[in-house]
Every structure is written in C-alpha cells, then in structure tokens.
Design a protein around this ligand. Sequence first.
Ligand code: PEP
Ligand code: MG
Length: 320
Amino acid sequence: ERKASLAAATGPGVTSDGHRVPLLANVGGPADVAAAVRAGAEGVGLFRTEFLFLDDGRGGGTAAPSEERQAAAYRQVLEAFPEGRVVVRVLDAGADKPLAFLTPADEPNPALGVRGLRTLLDHPEVLRTQLRALARAAAGLPVHLGVMAPMVADRADAGAFADACREAGLRADVGAMVEVPSAALRARSVLREVEFLSLGTNDLAQYAFAADRQVGALSRYQDPWQPALLDLVAMAAEAARTEGKSCGVCGEAASEPLLACVLTGLGVTSLSMGASAIPYVRAVLARHTLAQCERAAAAARASESGAEARAAARSVLSGE
Ligand code: PEP
Ligand code: MG
C-alpha cells in the first residue's frame, strides 16, 4: 500500500492507456520551486509573477522591481526545470491582486476594471521591463519557455500582447489565459495571435456566473464542476485541438483528481496545480483510460448542476 502510493508520487502524468497529460506546478516565485520538484512536476504551468511585485523589497507594491531583480528571480525558477516547460504569466495586477502604483483606486467594479493585461497595455513600460527581464533570464537555458497574458478578452488583446513579446525580442511560446468568457467563446479567433491557451478556471467561473470570487456568500458559483464552466472549457479545448495548439488548465479545477480526469476528457492538454495536489492527480489519472475520461466528461456536461456533474463523473469513473 505504502509502496503503491510512493510509486504514484513519481513519473509523468499519463492515463492508464498511455495518453500523456503533463502535470505542472503553479508557483509564486523561487520559494515554491523545491516543493514542485519534490512532487515530480514536469514543469511550471503558471508562474504568478505578481508576488514578486508585491514583495519588492521596499515595503511592497510601491514600484515595479528592476529588470535585474526580476531576471534573477525568473532565472531561479527556470533553472529548476532545465529540460521542462515553464510558463510565466506577466503581471496580473488589479481586483483581488491590487498594486498601489498601478491599480486605479476609484473603480466602482475592480474585477471588471483595468486589471491584468489591461493594466499592462496602459503601462507598456512595465510590460516591456518584465519581458526583457524574462528574455535575459532565459538566455542560454534549454528550458521550453512560455509567456502568457492574464485577462485576455479578445483577439485584439492577444495580438497586442504578442506584439509586445516580439518587440521585446523574447524567444518563447506566447499564450493567452482564457479566464474571460468572451475568450472561450471566440477561442479560435484568439488563437490566430498566440500559440497556446491556458484556462484560468477561477476567474472564468467568476465572470461566467457574474459572482465575485472574493465574496464568500457567492462561493457556490466558484464550484468548478458547474456544467456551464465545463462547456466553456470544452469550447476552448476544442478550438485549440482544431488549430493544432495546446490548451492547459491552471485554475484550481486542475487540482481535484476526478475533475482532472474530466478536464482530460474534455480535451485539455496539460494540468497545472499547487505542488501538493500533483501526486493525487497523477495517481487517479493513471487508473483511467482516455475513453473513460471522455465518458465522464460527457456525463458531467449532461448534468444540471455542479453536484450532479460530480456525482455523474464519479459514477462513470468508479463503475468501470
Ligand atoms: C485563475 O483565474 O483561474 C487563475 C489561474 O489565475 P488567478 O487565480 O491567479 O487569478
Ligand atoms: Mg485569474
């Protein structure tokens, strides 16, 4: 029993019939890297760089860290996964992650305001410094670098971000997070500009259900099993498949083992999560075939509520 659980704690993510689903870690900086490596993460699917900006060594959130300071932190993370994939998310300031020097103080609805990529397009010098720091950090390393923007709403957003990456001379796969429903609905159009998608299911739920993720009284809308959310995931994954591109999940949804199987069945190509969840997701994925995951996904989408979807998927995955 102990041996079996240890065995599940190593190796790549794969279904019992050999369908590969890379298991990646969500990290907030160099301090999270050791746990990710210990958990056997195949790389990083979401590097939340805003923590670096909050902890800027001057009391937090008063100015952007210098290019040198950023490059040093990025390099530490990149060096930990020499042959792996590391996806760095450019600064996601605003709403639940306010930064005093960038976030407007007087917005009536910060979650619907100038945040994420919108902030960076308003402050191109902050984006440019970050992309240059990243280029400098990756120089000479064999890592497969990805860089992605938060809060992409449409093709124009994706195009503006891709342009900024090109202008900074960054050699990396450029991607868009799908966390605004419009980006999921028109994912093919977004994919005209970028090479990959990454679903941020936390914000995608917030915006699909018009329910602030920080309001506890509305927490039922954050349930990632909700069929409406699964439909949006399926839509983005299908678009990526059609375009021959990848579509991962880096929201909390990826860390729940049964849901990870369902996401795989929906066509998601990688799963990124807090390091502690990786061994559990790996173990459950390894017990099911891709066809079982697809049946569980279909059963979940045919349900009328999150609770029903979870029960339907559980029944498919445990009954086979
Ligand atoms: C998300 O929204 O699902 C996500 C991964 O980003 P964050 O939680 O940092 O907003
Ligand atoms: Mg988000």
